[in-house]
Design a protein around this ligand. Sequence first.
Ligand code: NAD
Length: 457
Amino acid sequence: MEPALISQIIRNQRQFYSSGITKNTEYRRKQLKKLHQLIRREDGLIVDALKKDLSKPVLEAYAAEVALVKGEIEYAVANLDSWTRPTRVRTPLPLLPSLSSTVPEPLGVVLIISPWNYPFQLAMIPLVGAIAAGNCVVIKPSELSAHTASVIEELIARYMDPRHVSVVNGGPDTARELLNHRFDHIFFTGSSRVGRSVMESASRFLTPVTLELGGKCPCIVDRNINIDYAARRIAWGKFFNAGQSCVAPDYVLVDSGIRDEFTEALKKTVLGFYGTDPRRNPYYARIINRSHFDRLMGYLDQGNTVVGGQALAQELFIAPTVLDGVQPDAPVMQEEIFGPILPLIPFSTFSDALAFVNSRPKPLAAYLFTRDKMKQELVKAETSSGSLCINDAVVQFVSRTLPFGGVGESGMGRYHGRSSFETFSHTKSIVKNTMKFDIPLRYVPYRFKLPLVKWLF
Ligand code: NAD
């Protein structure tokens, strides 16, 4: 998009925001309902675009993109009154007889930059929070999921006021052009590499950022489990969307005592889910583009194939693949895989597994499969990750009552449900004194004694 057009969009939004309309809770509710209507009426178009971009199976597209956003909107509409209400807080003794409270206020004009792997929901869920909090919003979807990006642009233009919500489509150049402007918050979902440069650009205007980044999510499999359940939950979480999920288990650390049995169970599960010819399976997505396909193909010979390994470049198809015999220093164990390849690494003692996880950057999600409560507590206390999911995989992302976000290399800030509203709000502190009387004690010349000050404070 032309730089002049981008400037115009932002200018219009600034003007609209200054009018104060978006501060009205009823206006916000109405806009959220419009967004809900957009999704209800146009879900066919959205699912179709996801099919074109990623061959997303209809059920996965509906559950993980359309329904998730609808649910977020309904939750925001139902809770808007309580989220926007001022909160009374206790007033400390030295401030009496004042009253203290906090009130959330919108930030202004915000920018959302989103990736291609869940191209609809990763643009829309932040949008729900931004609208609920009373902001104007510019969205920059990923150019790699071009069909979904243009459906988002078309539908937002049709259903929403561009002075309130606008979509700017384009690649890195367009994103950089947007970042030349002052925003009041930037919500970025994508790679750590680009996240760094977004933060750098934002620093010029002291714009706060939320960075939802990636990394390698470890999955520890202890001996004290139901092996079949663990294999099923891990295979489902990993191969959903062909492994292109930021919270997908990136690799499995498995107790060497159950290594063979677990490997066999995983193999059986993958064959049970996707069959011997997963290319023909209607419940399996494709890789986003040729360059990611080539990158993933490079990992295939970095271990022994337990199951999978088939690929077809013309269809951007790579079968759900499990590798063992992988070296911890191989590229597949150094870079975020973000595709349908799952390395298995055996460990001898549980503390070895913890040390392995702790020797690497803090992940977006960590997974632990064990019945052992002591080990559950140990992982909770001794590892750090955006989220920890015990005895399941990926499902924590779906919760509206849990904040979602990374820590360290995997990002900063959080969203979903109330956290989204808070991310796009400023919590203003308010102290209100009375005009009915005045306590002269604090004024100069000071008449009270030091012990009284010490007691008061
Ligand atoms: P990416 O960083 O390449 O691109 C993300 C967005 O940034 C796109 O819209 C892109 O156009 C834009 N962009 C590209 N260059 C830019 C620049 N120089 N300045 C500003 N914006 C620029 O990421 P991707 O390949 O689209 O997504 C994959 C990554 O995203 C993975 O690392 C994955 O783990 C991560 N991810 C994280 C989450 C999460 O919730 N934490 C969710 C999905 C994906």
